[in-house]
Design a protein around this ligand. Structure first.
Ligand SMILES: [Zn+2]
Length: 99
């Protein structure tokens, strides 16, 4: 994948650039430096990427964690975990074992 970093001053400028690239047959993805919470309903089998601000497929790598297919942020990232509620699934599920 080709990654090109563009620093834009405002969002309109970015949208214009994205639509121009789209016309040329490219498929640009926006990645933000500021993480953001999900803006839409959860999509099955996807995680919210707080940097793409989209529901992304996270591909598992050899090190045992998953990476966003677009920006490469891992599911160990603080914001990825926070917005996908990946915290503490070990601690809570252990309690129900007492039956
Ligand atoms: Zn991403």
């Amino acid at each position: 994948m080709l990654l090109v970093k563009v620093i834009a001053k405002d969002e309109e400028e970015v949208k214009e650039l994205v639509s121009k690239l789209g016309e040329k047959g490219l498929h640009p993805h926006l990645v933000h430096s500021e993480p953001a919470p999900p803006s839409s309903k959860k999509v099955p089998n996807r995680l919210w990427c707080p940097y793409c601000r989209e529901w992304r497929k996270f591909d598992a790598n050899q090190a045992g964690y998953s990476l966003c297919e677009v920006c490469g942020v891992s599911n160990m990232d603080y914001y990825t975990r926070r917005y996908n509620h990946l915290w503490g699934f070990n601690s809570k599920s252990r309690r129900s074992r007492q039956k």
